[in-house]
Design a protein around this ligand. Structure first.
Ligand SMILES: [Zn+2]
Ligand SMILES: [Zn+2]
Length: 340
């Protein structure tokens, strides 16, 4: 395919500009050209547009790492994918050479290439991707949902890190798009008596609409007080989908002995002060989570009908992307889907 297309290019210093660029050409084996069907704006895109950026981002790249599309062209050697296939994209390309890659931790690669951050991503009409990063998905899945395969894959991977069971009390901090995804996933796992800690009326309303039975408004209520009222006890699993230091300080005191805490939200500027003795005395386990489980996410979408559409608040065209980012920055939007 030749010609030009619209793409949202990171220009440095917090500037994202929709420009006309050439449609990328297949350069080597194992590549396909995708027509991007939909993309989702991630919290880390907002961090990347801070000055200085709170996320690795290379000036000149087309942003967007949460996207899916249809294969419209392929390199000659590509056999397992066909023109017309609908695929979700894992944006993180491990280097294959670092210590992590050689020890079976490719998701923790220290020198990855990353679509939408260090090389061109999906805020464009077309995207050039490697087949190693692709997962076929049913073209019948609602585009609002298919565009969120990547964040759902991150959440599914994290579930495996703490393995919440029906017998566990689960407390989730944060009711942004990730926190709301946790609601849907916990419900799909049959866990219904979890508690959400959400900030402000709007988030509380959304969490309830997504099916959360117990939602604490952190602006008005004390989390420890409400937790003990609701459960008459403490949490076995705390999921931090906020990534701020104070959450951790509070969370460790809300855990039962042998409790597990999952750090999902990532903010490089966050600091916390937790006395190490707390961990020892209660034998707490703390774990981070950075991987993505695409097969599990796709199974939830295809077979279990997980509804991530419910918290999509805005659908925009590519040339409105800066408006979408502004809405997210001001927390006036929850999930914004871009239709290039
Ligand atoms: Zn993301
Ligand atoms: Zn590596």
């Amino acid at each position: 395919m030749t010609g030009t297309m619209q793409a949202a290019v990171f220009k440095g210093d917090g500037v994202l500009k929709v420009e006309t660029v050439s449609i990328p050409r297949i350069q080597r084996e194992g590549q396909v050209l995708l027509e991007v069907l939909a993309a989702s704006i991630c919290g880390s895109d907002i961090h990347a547009l801070h000055v200085p950026p709170g996320q690795v981002i290379t000036p000149g790249v087309i942003m967007g790492h949460e996207f899916y599309g249809k294969i419209v062209e392929k390199a000659e050697d590509v056999q397992h994918f066909q023109i017309g296939d609908c695929v979700a994209v894992n944006p993180c390309l491990p280097c294959g050479e670092c210590w992590e890659c050689r020890h079976n931790m490719r998701n923790l690669c220290v020198h990855p290439r990353h679509y939408g951050q260090t090389c061109d991503g999906g805020f464009a009409r077309y995207a050039l991707v490697e087949t190693s990063q692709l997962y076929p998905i049913d073209p019948q899945i609602d585009p609002d949902i298919a565009a969120q395969t990547e964040p759902l894959a991150c959440v599914m991977y994290s579930m495996d890190m703490v393995k919440p069971s029906l017998a566990d009390h689960v407390l989730v901090y944060g009711a942004g798009p990730i926190g709301l995804t946790y609601i849907k996933v916990l419900l799909a796992f049959g866990i219904e008596d979890f508690i959400m800690a959400a900030k402000g009326e709007e988030r509380v309303k959304q969490a309830k609409a997504c099916g959360a039975r117990y939602v604490i408004d952190t602006e008005k209520e004390s989390v420890p007080e409400r937790v003990s009222q609701i459960w008459g006890g403490l949490a076995d699993v705390v999921i931090d989908a906020v990534g701020r230091g104070p959450v951790l300080t509070e969370a460790v005191h809300l855990l039962n002995s042998r409790g597990r805490i999952l750090l999902f939200g990532l903010d490089h500027n966050a600091l916390s002060q937790v006395p190490p003795a707390v961990y020892t005395q209660k034998e707490l386990t703390m774990t981070g989570s950075l991987g993505k489980d695409f097969p599990a996410a796709i199974r939830l979408m295809e077979d279990k009908g997980i509804d991530l559409k419910q918290f999509v608040t805005h659908r925009i065209k590519l040339d409105e992307i800066n408006r979408g980012i502004e809405l997210l920055r001001k927390k006036e939007a929850c999930r914004v889907i871009v239709y290039p």
